[in-house]
Design a protein around this ligand. Sequence first.
Ligand SMILES: [Zn+2]
Length: 398
Amino acid sequence: MRRAAWTLGMLALGALPVAVQARAESARVALLPAWVGDHPRFGWSGAWMFPVGSPYEIGKPGPEGSPAYRINRCIGGHEEGGGKHQGADLSCGHGGDLVRAAGHGLVVKAEEHGWNGGYGRHIVIAHRLVDGGLVYSVYAHLQDQSLRVKKGQIVAAGQPLARVGRSGHASSEHLHFEVRLAAGQDEAWQNAEVLDPITFVTEHLPVYEAVRSADTPYLEWAECSALLASADRADFTLLRATWWQMLARAAKQSRDDFPADSDGVRRMLIGEGVLDAAGSSAPPDTLTWAELARDLRRLKKVGLMVARPPLTPAAHRALCGSEFDTPRPTLALDQLAKKKGVPRLGEACVALADLSSSWDVTKKKPKPPAVQGPALPPVATPPARGLQASGEVDSHPH
Ligand SMILES: [Zn+2]
């Protein structure tokens, strides 16, 4: 198996049951699904989170002040009419709370009207796994007029999608949440194999939770973007092989396949103009600030294919000011190159995120939500993550 040495792929595959793993193997094809059409490449999906309540644990309160959610029903139970229940029903006893994207992906359906086979108002997101597989997440019974995303939009894990409701076939207010694994890149979500969504998310949770320290929102973002394998730690110095993996996942390239070894990744990156042939030697030695700055300069030219980073521009600039003595390190690469010591993993994630064009977007005043629902307290955690992949910025969620 070619990707045996590819840690991220190993982690993603290793987390799946054997049958699913075999299916994911067979799902590896070189092309994007036809339904994506000429849509620009959307980034990889690494770590996942729960869409309601706590992102990290069922039964815990959520970051926006939403109460704890419980599993009312999971997959497999018989439905009226003979079908089987194909998702998990997550409920806190009332509607109106935010539903967040479970992973980075592309919105393939955002249905604002109608019964829709019982789903009511619902959203479907396609996610590209690092092993080449395609997974869909489905969010159903959403509150009327609460949808904040549109078909074709790129979304980040944790980004608000809509609010919990009871549209369609629902006897109470809850989120019907599905995860489906496509057998091939062209398989429509309705036909894709139903997985246990709770198990799937639990097995793909990020190691870094955004709330722990200054760098962790960026580490979590890097994990959700599949830039970073969960095995890496924030306080580790940055190994060159890890950095190359991060560059390979972040670079905007039409690519569905990765070399199995880090030297292959190096050669690929040199071929794509991301790495400098003369200045990159073999791993596992550590990286210097000068090398990191040099690689970022080249990556800047190639462009990034990552979801919107986790902080507001102001919070990002403040963090960079304290970590790098400059609010925008990638606008001061000469200064970055002279930084003392060696880069830590967390600092590399912040620097990579700084390349994102989202920091340059002038902030528009967000519109108030069009929904009636219980008033939610102001969001204290990182704001709504938007969607962005180098230049293809959609409107901010509102
Ligand atoms: Zn259900």
